[in-house]
Design a protein around this ligand. Structure first.
Ligand code: SAM
Length: 239
């Protein structure tokens, strides 16, 4: 998967993107990340990328020319791939959107700053807008990293354990149950016996029950969209 990111702050990406699973994904050729500084495409002497808003009101707005210049130089005019603006006004990101993006061979992310981008960018360059939640960040860079991280971990081979992502919370619409590791007893708190039993069928059943109960407890809204089997209902009702 190729992801081209357009930003005024490319330097914030490597510390996170070049660590752990995302680093491995890049080394394995699963993720090809292009970082492009929009400032490099500002054609005036001082490489200005923002200006005051028409109509006043304070704050600065990212200018259209450098953004169009950056995106069209890198991707062609018009770009033939999705160009996604990170925006608190976009559709809200979730596991389903992450899964859809993980199937795309190539997409671009545009990070806003200040009051956001000139509306003409939104109208004539951007093909989609994604918000990572109902709050306002200083810039789109953290949001872009969230989107890339969530999409890349769904690529086959990105995680060490082959079915790691399949059992994660939200993958099947449920929250995942609890995890334990050594030691078997810590400060008197023990690990459930079933997890040490070696009986894989029993363990799978316990995990399903924990996932169902945890979802019912914390996010009952998620269960509304689930087609629960008779066995699921029995697990939910039993201790
Ligand atoms: N004035 C804008 C508004 O009220 O909609 C907010 C601008 S915000 C301070 C600057 C940039 O941060 C945005 O252009 C966007 O790229 C990014 N951003 C802020 N919150 C975000 C969110 N929840 N999801 C995705 N991107 C966000």
């Amino acid at each position: 998967m190729r992801v081209d990111v357009f930003t005024l702050f490319p330097e914030v990406f490597p510390p996170y993107m070049d660590s752990s699973i995302l680093k491995r994904a890049q080394e394995a050729g699963l993720l090809d990340l292009g970082l492009h500084n929009i400032r490099d495409y500002a054609t005036d002497k001082h490489h200005v990328t923002d200006d005051e808003p028409y109509g006043g009101g304070g704050g600065m707005v990212m200018k259209a020319e450098p953004i169009f210049g950056a995106v069209e130089t890198v991707l062609g005019a018009p770009p033939q791939i999705p160009v996604i603006l990170l925006s608190p006004q976009g559709r809200v990101f979730d596991q389903r959107v992450a899964s859809d993006l993980s199937r795309l061979p190539h997409f671009a992310l545009l990070c806003g700053r200040y009051e956001g981008v000139d509306e003409r960018v939104r109208e004539h360059l951007v093909t989609d807008e994604i918000s990572i939640g109902d709050y306002v960040l200083t810039g789109g860079e953290l949001a872009a990293m969230v989107v890339i991280d969530a999409a890349v971990r769904l690529l086959p081979g990105a995680l060490g354990a082959e079915n790691g992502a399949a059992n994660d919370s939200h993958a099947s619409g449920l929250l995942e149950g609890p995890h334990y590791t050594r030691p078997p007893e810590f400060r008197g708190w023990t690990v459930p016996e079933v997890l040490k039993s070696g009986d894989h069928a029993k363990i799978a059943c316990w995990r399903r029950q924990q996932a169902l109960k945890r979802t019912a407890e914390r996010r009952p809204d998620l269960l509304d969209n689930q087609d629960l089997s008779e066995e699921d209902r029995r697990l939910l009702d039993s201790d």
